[in-house]
Write a protein that binds this ligand. Structure first.
Ligand code: SAH
Ligand code: SF4
Ligand code: F3S
Length: 456
């Protein structure tokens, strides 16, 4: 009897959560082609790198990985094994055929709007390398197959669902409008069907994703546009869904109805990622953010008015062209004033084709470095203080997985803090009450509360 081994695919994702979601959808369509997922790259008949173009470092990382993959491919060829290499994601979209020139081991370059065509593109690429970076008229999400119940269960109780893609805002530093195209919202029916399917296989928490998720305006059954707050209401009615989050939002689109949802929708968690980028109006203007520092403060205040325990996180770009010491001091003051539960800080990276890359007054690397250090120290201090403020409290924890230490399970608090405690695997998928006893680096340690209240 001959045993035909299943083909294996290794998918690696860089960049944002939307890439994580896309990687899952690629794995789903490839499963239909007979590929089982593997975590071991050396075992893979098909390697997919789902890339990110946001900063130079992220984009360059892909080429060093492709160098290693070429050696691996040669080694496998020596053992009579075939290996096919796909570059997907935002570097694929931005660089297209250039990738084939720099990395001849690549068989297929495919942009984010073409994953529904992966099987046929892979067949075409058997003859010669293929580059597909068109923006097709059809909605890729409609044609991508849904994951099987088994696959959903293997991915855990918290899931991402992309509801909006692309961006029309054109911040002067950013490649996303070019790599992901124009803003597009999925239909409400499509999203609800997907969430129902996830919930039936044990998903309890859904994070709605979009590059500008709060600009969501998908159509309902009657063909009327629906806002994000209304979408959140509908998703929270799906049986089994206990928690909702959404990311990433733009301060401009943080309106009153969405802020009200933070009071009125009990499934919506008290945590909001709201990138501001800078605490200087001059810099915000040069970035084409179309909001001021005051607008950002107002957006934070509005959500807090309706849900006072909301924790905020944000993104900051350090050393944007023309950023003076005074501009940077404004950013530091804003961080002090708001107090973030976490924040991501990036040195400005000039991206080819974006207006800011050609601006005068590029900030020297050494200045960027020292400012970055200063803001990171402040952000880390705030993050620690926020975590420590949870010690002594009893938190609702959605249990997600077995913990690192024997006998432990791990999950997330409403504010997205990681919590580990002694508990049984049976509790995975449940929301339990945990008394927090200690704050360690990047997580909280607790014990199951002896005053448990059935939460969900
Ligand atoms: N759509 C989101 C975020 C998109 S990219 C928003 O509007 O905020 C994620 C983060 O990467 C951005 O918030 C920004 O802080 C950072 N970023 C984007 N382009 C960058 C660049 N050229 N250099 C450094 N950081 C950048
Ligand atoms: Fe990029 Fe700005 Fe669009 Fe966010 S809003 S994706 S930072 S262009
Ligand atoms: Fe990167 Fe593309 Fe996301 S550039 S951050 S993977 S949208």
């Amino acid at each position: 009897m001959t045993i035909i081994a299943a083909k294996r695919v290794f998918v690696k994702s860089y960049g944002c959560q939307m890439n994580v979601y896309d990687a899952e959808r690629m794995a789903d369509i490839l499963e239909g082609e007979g590929y089982a997922a593997t975590d071991v790259i050396e075992d893979a008949d098909l390697v997919v790198l789902n890339t990110c173009h946001i900063r130079e470092k992220a984009a360059e990382k892909v080429y060093s990985e492709l160098g290693r993959i070429r050696e691996m491919k040669q080694d496998r060829t020596g053992r009579g094994l075939e290996t096919r290499v796909v570059v997907a994601g935002c570097v694929a979209q931005a660089e297209g055929a250039e990738i084939l020139r720099r990395a001849p081991a690549v068989d297929l370059v495919v942009g984010p709007q073409n994953y529904q065509n992966l099987p046929s593109l892979l067949r075409q690429a058997l003859k010669k390398p293929v580059v597909e970076t068109e923006f097709p008229a059809e909605d890729k999400f409609v044609s991508l197959p849904a994951p099987t119940p088994k696959t959903i269960r293997s991915r855990g109780v918290s899931a991402f669902v992309t509801v909006q893609e692309g961006c029309d805002k054109f911040c002067t530093f950013c490649v996303v409008p070019y790599t992901r195209g124009a803003e597009f919202s999925r239909s409400v029916a499509e999203i609800i069907t997907e969430v129902e399917r996830l919930a039936l296989s044990g998903v309890r928490e859904v994070t709605l994703l979009g590059q500008n998720v709060n600009a969501f305006h998908g159509l309902d059954e009657a063909g009327e546009p629906v806002s994000l707050s209304e979408l959140l209401n509908r998703v929270s009615k799906v049986p089994g869904i206990a928690r909702l989050r959404y990311t990433t939002s733009h301060p401009l689109d943080m309106d009153e109805t969405l802020s009200l949802a933070h009071r009125d929708n009990p499934a919506l968690m008290p945590y909001l990622h709201l990138p501001v980028q800078s605490g200087s109006d001059q810099i915000l203007e040069a970035m084409n953010r179309r909001h001021t520092v005051t607008d950002f403060r107002a957006a934070v205040a509005l959500v807090k008015q309706y849900r006072p325990d909301t924790a905020f996180s944000s993104d900051f770009i350090i050393g944007f062209p023309g950023e003076t010491d005074e501009d940077f001091a404004g950013t530091m003051r804003l961080v002090e004033e708001i107090g973030f539960s976490s924040a991501y800080t990036f040195k400005y990276s000039p991206r080819p084709g974006t207006p800011a890359a050609d601006m005068a007054d590029q900030v020297p690397e050494s200045v960027k470095d020292s400012r970055l250090q200063a803001i990171q120290a402040l952000v880390t201090k705030q993050q620690r203080a926020f975590q420590e403020s949870m010690v002594g409290k009893t938190l609702d924890v959605l249990v997600e997985r077995i913990g690192r230490k024997p006998g432990q399970v791990a999950g997330k608090s409403p504010h997205l803090l990681a919590v580990a405690f002694e508990g049984s695997a049976d509790s995975i998928g449940h929301i339990v009450q945990v008394d927090i006893v200690e704050s360690v680096t990047n997580s909280l340690i607790g014990q199951l509360s002896d005053r448990p209240r059935a939460v969900a």
